[in-house]
Design a protein around this ligand. Structure first.
Ligand SMILES: Nc1ncnc2c1ncn2[C@@H]1O[C@H](COP(=O)(O)OP(=O)(O)OP(=O)(O)O)[C@@H](O)[C@H]1O
Length: 293
């Protein structure tokens, strides 16, 4: 499917993808997905198993190259970058949290959290200081000197989140970051991730199986419920079904229709999702950030 090119995405979208298609050996995983994400926004992508969530995240984070479509990060057309340039962009500007923490077993928690900073050229002392601060922020400061094998799964995942946030990336992509956790831990870890990202104006795009976890809840006694007076976990939730954007739940303000996001009769994925259309494009998933360990 041919997707007409555009000059550039809207200025207010840090990430903008249009008309993404991705197939595995001829089997379509994404069938025309368009999304726009504003700087500092926290967006969840939900949907049934096999609906294309991970593929979408892999494409928009630069790990997979879509078969068709455009992906822009700020003013950079990622879809035209060389592999080397794209990997540099991922390393320098993106963070990644997977469903398994994937920490280096021989390193302590703080050494794991500091690794992207060290790889990025930070000095040892500065990297250690930043890593320790992030571990504190994520409530695992007392685990700093422990190796992953001595940590609970939820603690390991918090260390992995600290590792993703420590370099202050523009965007953190999180692919089912709470999948291996118990229900109460899921809400806690998600809240910690989103709160830390908000406080540093880091954009987050995450996938999850459980829409209930992602939506604001105020029911008394609900273990998922955030403080009723506090912020919601995500600003917007997009739903994928069979590789197509299919629904939208938004707690974010409506965008001005003149912002030009997307070109398929809506503002990128937001309007495409709101209208139930697929934007005639594709989308895919992204890169294991600065540190694939
Ligand atoms: N490496 C692969 N090779 C072949 N097919 C794949 C591969 N990865 C994913 N698929 C297929 O692509 C489709 C989308 O998969 P994807 O993992 O993106 O969905 P998902 O919504 O993230 O699923 P889940 O919730 O189970 O993680 C599915 O039909 C899946 O079987």
């Amino acid at each position: 499917m041919e997707v007409p090119s555009v000059a550039a995405p809207p200025d207010n979208d840090v990430l903008w993808a249009r008309g993404l298609h991705y197939s595995y050996g001829g089997s379509p995983a994404l069938q025309g997905v368009s999304i726009g994400v504003q700087a500092g926004e926290i967006v969840s992508v939900t949907g049934p198993r096999g609906s294309g969530k991970s593929t979408l995240l892999s494409c928009i984070s630069g790990q997979l190259t879509p078969n068709a479509g455009e992906i822009w990060f700020n003013s950079v057309p990622m879809h035209t970058l060389s592999r080397t340039a794209r990997e540099r962009l991922r390393r320098d500007r993106f963070g990644w949290v997977g469903s398994e923490p994937q920490l280096i077993p021989e390193l302590t928690a703080w050494e794991n959290a500091a690794m992207p900073l060290l790889l990025g050229g930070a000095g040892h002392r500065a990297a250690r200081k930043a890593a320790l601060e992030w571990l504190e922020r994520l409530d695992v400061g007392d685990c700093a000197r422990k190796r992953p094998s001595a940590l609970l799964q939820s603690e390991r995942q918090r260390v992995a989140i600290a590792r993703a946030l420590a370099p202050a990336p523009a965007i953190v992509f999180a692919d089912e970051p709470t999948a291996p956790l118990h229900q109460v831990e899921r809400a806690q870890v998600l809240r910690t991730l989103t709160t830390a990202a908000r406080s540093h104006n880091i954009t987050v795009v995450l996938t999850t199986h459980d829409p209930a976890v992602m939506l604001p809840k105020v029911t008394a006694g609900d273990p998922f419920a955030a403080d009723a007076a506090g912020p919601t976990l995500v600003d917007r939730n997009l739903t994928l079904v069979d590789g197509r954007l299919n629904g939208l739940v938004s707690s974010a303000p409506e965008r001005d229709a003149s912002d030009g996001t997307g070109g398929d009769g809506g503002t990128g994925g937001e309007k495409a999702a709101a209208s139930g259309t697929d934007s005639d494009g594709e989308d895919s998933k992204g890169a294991a950030c600065s540190l694939s360990v």
